[in-house]
Ligand binder design. Structure first.
Ligand code: IVH
Length: 742
């Protein structure tokens, strides 16, 4: 008896502690103790409840994991109906709403509104009796819903007992159950791995997870909740405004949106709507608009209801980010690198605030995985500034004559073969600069700011130049004459002269820019910089061989020779090897490297391991075997060498690269610098200058950072530098360091 009494006391204590920490973790997102400590308390409670089963009650934290599966959900009648909301689809509709409210309330001045995001999940009604959760019901038809209490108990954000005191004896709380985006992504990844069906969006995932008959499944799903209103309240008083009521719920441990604001008048409401709209993609969960509610409960009561919606609240919707439309065709586009990308031509549809008529399908693997066909009804998504994409097809609406598409074997632009290397998702046109699409994109890249930086040569102009056959490779740009240019659309004699002058100026460049401008697959700005710094001349780059860069260790060489001997095909040409049985490390790059020294497999075997082993004489930062292959192959191709020769003929030059010795003398050699804030010149200029002096420029401040170069309005990086005690310098101080007078 005594044992049971003290056990009951300890159990009550543990439950209170667990509830407190649960609230800190799920609702406040501010855990106070490590998970291991929570687990220890939890296990202690479990042990007590196992020893004294009479102490178990449904609101114990141990009961969240979910009991036995149900055969079906019971029906629940709502004490007060669960209403829906009218929508305002435009700014004017909100103006009308505000006017109607002011008229009905006979109010001259501003009305005070409470505003909160409209969550995209499903409505729930929680019933607390004397502070204990006794029932959770879905909205259903508004009058009757389903009893999902067992499932809702498993949601960490929902308190099983209210914190604090002073709750009404009966308190119904209404809110939205939803699945945060990160949880949705990981759930889908899990489903995919297990070969189970994936969910189309977080809303469906939340609904599917809540309506599980087996609460253990719900318990495994990352659901959350925000409360946004009250239902029946008996045996107690609530506050006079919505805002205050929500603050009270928050004090009792219920989750309330941190975005809730109380606003004065329509203008403030519009400001709130715009602000949330801008931050929409950065919230952790999907929202589809903002709900505005008259804040005063007395005013709410005098406004009342029409049909199933209150006159005191309205939902101002964002443009939908997903819409249905038809795939009219699937076409293939060719990019700068020759990548052949399938694009869906869609029946135009308004989504994410713009009319969309094309959406990317990424690549053939994606089309096959999503099984998208011409004629399908599809979900198109456009979120924020991202390129619209086809999410999936509604297969139940697929017409009998829907067409599957195949990767074209010929480039739709130039007719060259399309090749798709085994194991790669991307197919490419093999036409190189023979292909007009690649030519056009290659020229755009060549002229772009970080490449040759030809001012005034925009995309539209390049399209015209290529279409009219005036330019068919980058070198032809430098031969353009003002009178020919002046004949183009939107070009006068003045702008033609300017362009000719810009072309002349762009001829003076740097080796890294020139290498980047060539558009070599995989060679971005940084790689071009690294290559130029290591090799220091174009001649050296063009003379590069794979033996200079790719290693074959003596141990690998032995195994390679054995494996090639076992092949028994001495006449096979070395460059034709794509793989060698049993040697995982061997790739086509190694085959190309062998081909630099041995014509046939027979020659390799005869030469033996010592001759096959290779220790490369160079190491270029960031350039591994794959990039080495791309680099060397590019400069071996005769049409690329011809373009380069023509560029040099037309006067493209650059100053010699700084000698490595120069670095050794710079006080900035080996230093790590972060650039932040607004400076007198573009950041890229500073970056280049610092890199040339042997410094490393990185993006984030850590205790490895030597200097933070801070301009006007520097923000968090400056603050972090100060916190870490990293030296902060301005432009003047930088110059002093460079001059060696610092
Ligand atoms: S208030 C009487 N506030 O939207 C007012 N609803 O379209 C009832 N919803 O069924 C709702 N976020 O599921 C309100 N902050 C919010 C909301 C919200 C999402 C949902 C709710 C309701 C539906 C109406």
């Amino acid at each position: 008896m005594n044992d049971a009494v003290s056990a009951a006391e300890r159990a009550a204590q543990l439950r209170q502690q667990l509830e407190y920490h649960n609230h800190r973790y799920y609702v406040l997102d501010e855990p106070e103790i490590p998970d291991s400590e929570y687990d220890r308390l939890y296990r202690e409670l479990q042990d007590i409840e196992r020893a004294f089963p009479q102490l178990v009650d449904p609101s114990s934290p141990t009961q969240r994991v979910g009991g036995a599966p149900l055969a079906e959900f019971d029906e629940v009648e709502h004490a007060l109906p669960m209403l829906s909301l009218d929508n305002a689809l435009s700014g004017e509709a909100l103006v009308d709403f505000d006017r109607r409210v002011r008229e009905r309330l006979a109010r001259d001045g501003d009305v005070v509104y409470a505003a909160e995001p409209k969550l995209d999940g499903l409505a729930i009604s929680l019933r607390y009796e004397d502070g204990v959760l006794v029932q959770a019901a879905t909205r259903g038809d508004g009058t009757r819903g389903e009893n999902v209490t067992q499932n809702v108990r498993t949601i960490g954000a929902v308190p099983l007992r209210l914190l604090g005191s002073g709750w009404p004896s009966v308190l119904e709380v209404r809110g939205e159950i939803f699945m945060p985006r990160a949880g949705f992504e990981s759930l889908n990844a899990r489903q995919r791995e297990a070969g189970e069906k994936t969910f189309a969006n977080p809303r469906n995932a939340a609904a599917g997870s809540l309506r599980q008959l087996d609460p253990k499944i719900t318990a495994s799903r990352p659901l959350s909740m925000f409360c946004y209103g009250l239902g029946l309240v008996e045996g107690g008083q609530m506050a006079a405004t919505h805002g205050e009521n929500m603050a009270v719920l928050r004090d009792w441990g219920l989750p309330v949106s941190p975005e809730l604001r109380v606003l004065q008048g329509l203008a403030a409401c519009n400001g709130y709507f715009d602000d949330i709209g801008r931050r929409r993609d950065r919230l952790a969960y999907d929202i589809d608009g903002v709900v505005f509610k008259v804040d005063s409960i007395a005013d709410q009561q005098s406004l009342g209801f029409v049909a199933r919606a209150p006159r005191w609240a309205i939902a101002r919707k964002f443009p939908a980010q997903e819409e249905l439309t038809l795939v009219e065709a699937i076409e293939f586009q060719v990019g700068r690198t020759g990548a052949v990308t399938p694009v869906a031509r869609l029946q135009p549809v308004f989504v994410g605030g713009v009319t969309v008529s094309n959406a990317t399908l990424h690549n053939m693997d994606e089309i096959e995985r999503k099984d998208i066909r011409v004629g399908d009804t599809v979900i198109v998504r456009r979120a924020g500034d991202v390129i619209p994409e086809v999410v999936r097809a509604l297969t139940d609406r697929r017409p009998a004559d829907a067409q599957q598409v195949a990767l074209p074997s010929q480039c739709p632009v130039c007719g060259s073969d399309v090749v798709r290397p085994a194991g790669e998702a991307v197919a490419r046109c093999s036409g190189g600069l023979f292909c007009a699409a690649q030519r056009r994109e290659a020229i755009k890249h060549f002229a772009s700011r970080k490449a040759m930086d030809i001012e005034g040569l925009g995309d539209k102009l390049i399209d015209q130049l290529v279409e009219r056959g005036m330019v068919d490779d980058p070198s032809a740009l430098f031969g353009l004459q003002a009178d020919a240019l002046a004949g183009l659309e939107r070009m006068g004699p003045k702008s033609a002269d300017n362009l000719v002058a810009a072309l002349a100026a762009a001829r003076k460049t740097t080796l890294p820019r020139f290498l980047f401008a060539l558009g070599i697959l995989g060679i971005g700005e940084t790689m071009a910089e690294n290559v130029a710094r290591t090799l220091r001349s174009l001649d050296a780059v063009m003379a590069l061989r794979l033996v200079d860069l790719v290693e074959i260790k003596p141990s690998q060489a032995g195994k390679l020779v054995d494996a090639l001997a076992a092949l028994g095909r001495p006449e096979l040409r070395t460059e034709q090897l794509t793989a060698v049985e049993g040697l995982k490390w061997f790739t086509s790059v190694h085959a190309l490297m062998l081909a630099e020294r041995f014509k046939t497999v027979g020659e390799v075997v005869e030469a033996g391991p010592a001759a096959v082993a290779n220790s490369p004489r160079l190491k270029i930062d960031g350039v591994g075997d794959v990039l080495a292959g791309k680099l060397v192959t590019f400069f071996r191709q005769s049409h690329n060498r011809e373009v380069i020769a023509r560029l040099l003929d037309s006067g493209v030059t650059w100053p010699p690269m700084a000698q490595p010795e120069a670095h050794a003398r710079s006080p900035l050699t080996g230093k790590t610098v972060v650039i932040t804030g607004t400076l007198s010149r573009p950041r890229d200029d500073f970056k280049r200058q610092l890199t040339e002096l042997g410094a490393k420029v990185t993006g984030s401040v850590s205790n490895k950072t030597d200097y933070v170069l801070a301009g006007a309005e520097a923000g968090s990086k400056l603050a972090r530098a100060q916190a870490l005690g990293v030296e902060v310098i301005d432009e003047q101080r930088l110059q002093a360091l460079i001059d060696g007078s610092g």
